[in-house]
Design a protein around this ligand. Structure first.
Ligand code: PEP
Ligand code: MG
Length: 529
């Protein structure tokens, strides 16, 4: 056994697990073209790269089930396509080296598929993945993309896109990324799946593949060189604690019985689990990630109705595209500063039909299921924006209309916003990003993004006080709501609901039940100062 190495990161999704690390390589960077001496040998590299990519995909397809197996099988057929191969080999005959010939052939195929539109256009992004793999093979560097080592593993990556995280298979035991912040979407998706995760852990990509590590999703510690007995004992302690918490149940209450609703953050009906008192944040954009076509009205109605049909109380958030959640079908031009640009409700300024279709679909889904729809808009900054959104939602018969408070301007106007809408939901992830001018993805600014920062809590307090004065609900749905250490503080500020990843509910319920409301108020007073 080698020396024990402890890497420090940020624990963003609870749980302790141990297993071998497998690293996900970054897409290869094409070096400058080199002159080709032996065209035949170069052609063989092209053919070998395409065969290796296809073989890898077929292997993954054989190990997968259902849709995943079909998709992987279809991708293998693309890599096997004789036309693609012929085009790349022609590139070599025209004087390109193998990596450039492959790159050129994939680029042309991608453009041709994108031009066809419809379902096929949606698959254009898959070609990028195949291109990266083939080029990496030709360059002799590790293949990028999610690994499939054939055994359970701890996935290490520089960073993960929301699409990578959504595509993780059941063999991933935990995620560790070198980059990412506590409220990045990698962290949110990992928590959503109950997958232990550590972000902002710089040394993780230096670990060799196969290194046995123990990952602690609370402390953020990743330990290599640890004995199996020690790691297994840590996992067992965690399992027993989870079992103890899972045995608790019922609605959220302080020790003296003051209710604080415990709601769930979900991205689709698949995330629904028993345990919460409803859904406090249905992030609808996750239904549409990676899509190159706008989802149809009917498709949207079906997706919303499925959630309405399965949960007693649902707050649907309208599309929050932009920044780290790009939605290709919107076709928005690149921006210099996307976090400060056209995201959330602002997309409606340039593409008005998208929000209208979504509101129509939400209202229709509510009618069909008999649900009382609560709908809220992300990234609202002014009273006019809140009033405009409320009018459009109410015109469609939406029962309760709210807005998210994610921009300090909105928190400062909370009392005015509540004259226009029925409820507020504080998105502490973006609210801290904008209050502290600190990118929520930035691994080195995590201390500024800590939701216990008094300045952030003062903004939350302004919202909660406005809610108490107006007699309207004010919840928190940012990641702060799932932090058991902060839950009593937020309750003490007067927040009426906490909405979090399903895996966080038991620990938050337990934390609330350990304090009376008076104690929560005392904790809140201390935290504010
Ligand atoms: C937030 O900003 O706190 C929030 C809940 O929205 P998202 O994390 O999806 O941006
Ligand atoms: Mg947000």
């Amino acid at each position: 056994m080698g020396e024990v190495v402890r890497l420090a990161g940020l624990g963003v999704s609870r749980g302790v697990v141990a297993g071998p690390v497998v690293r996900m390589a970054a897409p290869p960077v094409l070096p400058a073209p080199r002159p080709v001496g032996d065209a035949e040998a170069e052609g063989a590299v092209v053919a070998g790269a395409l065969e290796a990519v296809a073989a890898g995909l077929r292997e993954r397809a054989a190990a997968a089930e259902g849709d995943a197996a079909e998709i992987l099988g279809a991708l293998a057929m693309i890599a096997d396509d004789p036309m693609l191969r012929e085009e790349a080999e022609q590139g070599v005959r025209d004087g390109l080296d193998a990596p450039h010939a492959l790159d050129a052939a994939f680029t042309r195929h991608r453009e041709a598929i994108a031009a066809l539109g419809g379902y096929l256009a949606e698959r254009a992004a898959d070609l990028d993945d195949l291109r990266h793999r083939a080029v990496a093979f030709a360059l002799g560097v590790p293949m990028p993309g999610l690994p499939s080592p054939g055994h359970p593993y701890v996935l290490a990556a520089e960073d993960l896109s929301p699409a990578d995280t959504a595509g993780l298979g059941p063999d991933v035991l935990a995620l560790v990324t070198a980059k990412g912040g506590p409220t990045s979407h990698t962290a949110i998706l990992a928590r959503g799946r109950g997958l232990p995760a550590v972000v902002a852990c710089p040394g993780v990509m230096d670990l060799a593949d196969g290194t046995y590590v123990c990952v602690d999703g609370v402390t953020g510690e990743v330990t290599a060189g640890i004995s199996r007995e020690e790691a297994e004992a840590a996992c067992e302690r965690d399992r027993l604690e989870r079992e103890r918490l899972a045995a608790t149940g019922g609605p959220g209450r302080t020790a003296d019985g003051r209710p604080v609703r415990l709601l769930l953050n979900i991205g689709s009906a698949a995330d629904l689990v028993p345990g919460g008192e409803g859904v406090g944040l249905f992030r609808t954009e996750f239904l549409f990630l990676g899509r190159e076509r706008e989802p149809s009205f009917d498709e949207q109605v079906a997706a919303y109705a499925e959630v309405f049909g399965r949960a007693a109380h649902v707050v649907v958030r309208t599309l929050d595209a932009g920044t780290d959640k790009p939605l290709p079908f919107l076709g928005l031009p690149p921006e210099h500063n996307p976090a400060l640009g056209m995201r959330g409700l602002r997309v409606d300024r340039v593409l008005p039909g998208v929000l209208d279709t979504q509101l129509d679909a939400i209202a229709e889904a509510a009618r069909r299921t008999g649900a009382e729809a609560w709908v809220m808009a992300p990234m609202v900054a002014t009273r006019d924006e809140a009033a405009g959104f409320a009018a459009r939602a109410r015109a469609r018969g939406v029962a309760r209309v709210g807005v998210m408070v994610e921009i300090p301007a909105a928190a400062l106007l909370a009392d005015r916003l509540l004259e226009e809408v029925d409820f507020l939901s504080v998105g502490t992830n973006d609210l801290s990003q904008y209050a502290f001018a600190a990118d929520r993805q930035h691994p080195a600014l995590a201390d500024l993004l800590d939701p216990a920062q008094p300045a952030l809590l003062r903004l939350v307090a302004a919202c909660a006080e406005a809610g108490l004065a107006a007699g309207k609900p004010v919840g928190v749905c940012g990641e702060a709501a799932g932090d058991p250490a902060l839950a009593p503080v937020l309750a003490g500020l007067g927040v009426t609901s906490l909405s979090m990843a399903p895996s966080c509910v038991p620990a938050v319920r337990d934390a609330l039940s350990r304090h009376t409301y008076a104690e929560c108020r005392e904790l809140a007073r201390a935290a504010l100062s």
